[in-house]
Design a protein. Sequence first.
Length: 505
Amino acid sequence: MSKDYIARSLFLDSPADLVAGSQSQLWGGWFPLSPRVFVYVSFVLDFILLYGLSAALNRNIFVSVSIFHDAPLLQLVMALFLLMLFNVAYLHRVEVLGNFDKFLEKFRKAWSFALLVVVAVDVVLFMKAPPETHRSIIFYGAWIVVWFVSGWLMFVATRFMLARSFKYCVEQELISHNVVIVGATELAGKLIERARSDGLGVRVRAIFEDEPDRYTPRMIADVPVKGNIADLLLYNKANDIDTVVIALPLYNNEAIQSLVQKLTVQPLRVAMLPGAMALEMSRGWCSPAGELPGIHLLSIRDLPIERSGLVIKGCFDKIVACFAILLFGPLMLICVAGIKMTSPGPVLFLQKRIGYRSREFYVFKFRSMHVAACNTGKLTERNDPRIFAFGQVMRKLSLDELPQLFNVLKGDMSLVGPRPHMPEALAAGQLYFDAVPDYAARHRVKPGITGWAQVNGWRGPTDTLHQLENRVMHDLYYIDNWSFTLDVKILVKTIFVGFFGKNAY
């Protein structure tokens, strides 16, 4: 099956059996959270405890207050140092958070080392402090014992409650790392059983064959085999998948390379399970941030924007969108009045577009065309007779795009990203996804109000394949080179060239 066919199939309706069981149906329609949520919670709780313990050290043990007059700064430095020590000791890994026995094993070593650090710092400061600040050795020894024991008890109690909460959330599917497997093999069954026994929130939702002629509907370890690679991409369109694990023989390099290339049209993390031995050897494995918890995999392809980047981008989008709505609120009211006075009909125009993961959504725009001319599927042309007079003003100044700020708040769009297109849009008489093979890869990130293509002059018509190809090329450059700085750069350029370019009509 060709990559072109797979890309095209993303823009067709998904079969009912692939839509069924969507993650959006879990616990009242809310999305399950990643197990890494508990990593962030553990960082916060550990810092609070360590800062409190550092304050106790400064007040009762360290004689440094007479040398360093900024005690809070010293407390902060000490807390951050111990927090870094905990991180190096893997105390903030999902495998440790979900297994209390493993936590005790690693915490015992880390806390003992923390005691050595505290004693060493106290000895150094004691030697440098003025004699009049010295107290008895028994006093210092007693306080260090109290500090060590109380810290031990607080961390053990906190992490015990955290581990119990983690287990409850996994059982209730409040947190989940959603995985699909490529390769209906015995190895896939072993991976599924291992994920269940670990209890770290890794859930294999479906299995897919790497070749269409091998597909036979069946169950492996109570997980359904749902189809081939094209079906996998359609499944991911309807269900949010975190990781695709390839469970195929390593010697088939060409097949694996071809498979990975096909998977690049969707925002998927792709990894490979080297073999059954990897499952046994990784019993004590603590995976790096972002990878599958508890299982040692070979990472092949990562997400276009890492999870932390998505959080930063999402928060930035919401904050700036709220500010922009307040700033442009009066201007939007003028647009509403102008539309009402010059053209009968609704103020807003909702148009179906293709968004993240090739899913369809409705984009909000101020209506600039006569009502009868809306939703015809025909792209706007220069001097288009369908546009009424005030609509021409709005389109020239890009004011008709302002309601898309509400799409950003809703979560369908981002401030910066590839522009969303209509499913029926044509370039040189061909549908976009037929005209450019890499077109589907634009939907690995959320669509944007503005983008790299727009600020580089590729806005407006797509009468020729050259125009569409350059737009797609710029969009893919943005996805492959995303950074927060690039987003800010595009927003700044949009103010000067994006809204008022020659192709704004």
